[in-house]
Design a protein around this ligand. Structure first.
Ligand code: NDP
Length: 331
């Protein structure tokens, strides 16, 4: 089997030579194990953090070992009584074509003709649940709320904006990094307004897009986006702090919002979260989202690259905004 390993820790932006593809002998499965042929793998911003040494919520990848990440695959051989041959499974064994895993390391997903397998890594998978939990639980979304989402054309952000619209938001404003992404948000996804954050100070762009202020902020970007949202909040506004990708390649931690004291006067709630703590929401999330996908009300766009050799370029591109919707690699 071919696998991709981390061989150097980046200083700032990662580069292709931080990774190496190796050919390894696949072990035979023992009792309780399954052999999974991966069909697709996810590349995600949090993987940038796993390239660094030191403690974080997701453990650092070890140098000279195969990296991990979300993957969907087919069981091609089974020595498990729980997971039969032919089952469609999600695992944490990305960055390789084939994986030999304990049956406890895979979770079986239903096969349905109208559900592309890649959706288990996107709209019906971790990014989808992140959008759902952040909006509904952490930001305590209520119908009528005016919502701002940063990173709005990405996997999580594009779902947050659509979930808010479909759940009765007053208005939904998004920010993204190119004019094409901005057009997609307003013309295809039903955002009320959107802007390209390169076009000026984010606070000014947000003030123009949401002149009446906002009630909910879903943050994927951090930095000046968070500062702008604090400025735009009405009293009792709620933010779900999901990510801060603007700082992931920073060598020195960036300065925090300069207007933090507004959090006091406006009685704001800013809540960070990690999706793994909110698995209990999966049934209600799956039911709602499957319904919207079947009715055609929800768009699940993907940017798909082909083959294991495309995985590192796909990851590096993701960090630079080369994706619209979910970035993934078909294997
Ligand atoms: P995306 O699909 O949104 O891809 C990342 C996007 O970030 C790029 O497409 C790019 O779009 C944008 N970006 C890159 N650099 C910058 C920058 N300097 N300023 C603004 N935008 C930038 O990824 P995901 O949807 O998978 O993840 C979105 C966020 O959610 C990330 O911060 C991630 O870490 C976080 N996350 C958190 C989870 C949790 O449990 N808390 C779980 C999953 C994700 P553009 O062209 O618009 O710049």
């Amino acid at each position: 089997t071919r696998e991709v390993q981390l061989v150097a820790r980046p200083h700032g932006e990662p580069v292709p030579t931080d990774f190496a593809t190796v050919e390894l002998q696949r072990p035979d499965p023992t009792e309780g194990q399954v052999v999974v042929q991966n069909l697709a793998m996810s590349v995600d911003p949090y993987m940038r953090g796993r390239m660094n040494a030191g403690p974080s919520y997701a453990p650092a990848w070890e140098l000279g070992e195969t990296m991990q990440g979300g993957a969907v695959g087919r069981v091609v051989a089974s020595r498990s009584s729980r997971v039969p041959e032919g089952a469609l499974v999600v695992s944490n064994a990305a960055w390789r074509d084939v994986a030999v895993l304990a049956d406890t390391e895979v979770s079986v997903r239903p096969d349905a003709d109208d559900v592309p397998v890649t959706w288990h890594l996107g709209v019906l998978g971790m990014p989808g649940l992140t959008a759902w939990a952040g909006l509904h639980r952490l930001a305590a979304f209520e119908p009528g709320d005016d919502v701002f989402v940063s990173g709005a054309a990405g996997a999580v952000g594009s779902l947050v904006g659509q979930f808010a619209r479909l759940s009765g938001a007053g208005s939904v404003v998004g920010s993204a990094g190119t004019p094409e992404k901005v057009r997609w948000l307003t013309e295809d996804l039903g955002f009320t307004a959107a802007f390209d954050y390169h076009d000026g100070p984010v606070a000014d762009l947000l003030a123009a897009a949401a002149p009446g202020g906002i009630d909910v902020f879903f943050d994927n970007v951090g930095g000046d986006h968070l500062e702008a949202a604090i400025g735009a909040f009405r009293e009792h506004g709620r933010a779900a702090l999901c990510g801060a990708i603007s700082g992931y390649n920073a060598v020195e931690p960036p300065a925090g919002p300069r207007n933090m004291f507004l959090v006091v006067g406006k009685r704001l709630s800013l809540r960070g979260f990690i999706v793994g703590d909110h698995a209990d929401l999966r049934p209600q999330f799956t039911e709602a989202v499957t319904g919207w996908l079947r009715s055609g009300e929800l768009t699940a766009r993907e940017t798909v690259r082909e083959g294991l050799d495309a995985a590192v370029p796909a990851f590096l591109d993701l960090l630079r905004g080369g994706n619209t919707g979910k970035m993934l690699v078909r294997l």
